[in-house]
Design a protein around this ligand. Structure first.
Ligand SMILES: Cc1cc2nc3c(=O)[nH]c(=O)nc-3n(C[C@H](O)[C@H](O)[C@H](O)COP(=O)(O)O)c2cc1C
Length: 178
């Protein structure tokens, strides 16, 4: 049986936090379908970016969102330096971009026609939406940081999203109910 399914079908335990296996947690969370974003910023070392799905809208007044870079993430470190970042929401035809931004650092931005927002943050081409954010708080979140950004500019276009589900990226067509 597929290991994810085996894990999901295991009886639920009332274990305390220390007894939970991170792999079990990760497998259970993989049932939560998300979009896929690339978080970009710029620091003295140049452009940085990483694929992320920890993106969450937080507040409308002011407009806040959060993203959770792993401690030690180079992009996370660059965000701390610059105290600003951009969110590039990927469209369904951008699976290659989602893989590229977990791969070799010197190939991530290679041959991409970048635009730069008014904060000087790199924006990837052909995305579904862009958000330019100024960091309003960085909070500890275990082995990740919770970075809260105020959205100072955003724009979106029509199109279908790239989605992440059970550890894989793919296409998704919503079948509205009713
Ligand atoms: C779909 C997907 C979502 C991801 N989401 C996150 C995330 O939210 N936070 C994170 O730290 N890493 C996430 N990663 C892994 C990072 O993209 C990867 O570790 C990357 O190499 C980090 O690059 P950096 O060290 O240059 O910042 C995700 C990877 C994938 C494929």
């Amino acid at each position: 049986m597929h290991s994810v399914l085996k894990c999901l079908r295991a009886p639920m335990r009332n274990a305390n936090a220390h007894e939970i296996d991170p792999a079990q947690f990760r497998a259970a969370m993989s049932a939560f379908t998300t979009g896929v974003a690339v978080i970009t910023t710029v620091s003295e070392g140049g452009c940085h970016g990483m694929t992320a799905n920890s993106l969450t809208s937080v507040s409308l007044d002011p407009c806040l969102l959060l993203v959770c870079p792993r401690r030690g993430s180079l992009t996370g470190e660059a965000i701390r330096q610059r105290m600003a970042f951009a969110v590039n929401l990927l469209a369904d035809e951008q699976a290659e971009i989602s893989q590229r931004f977990i791969g070799k650092l010197d190939e991530r931005f290679k041959d991409l026609e970048l635009a730069f927002d008014h904060l000087g943050l790199p924006l990837l081409p052909n995305c579904l939406a862009h958000f330019s954010c100024v960091v309003r708080g960085i909070h500890p979140g275990g082995d990740h940081d919770i970075v809260v950004g105020e959205v100072v500019a955003c724009r979106a276009r029509d199109g279908e999203p790239l989605v992440y589900y059970r550890g894989r990226v793919g296409h998704h067509r919503l079948q509205p109910l009713g």
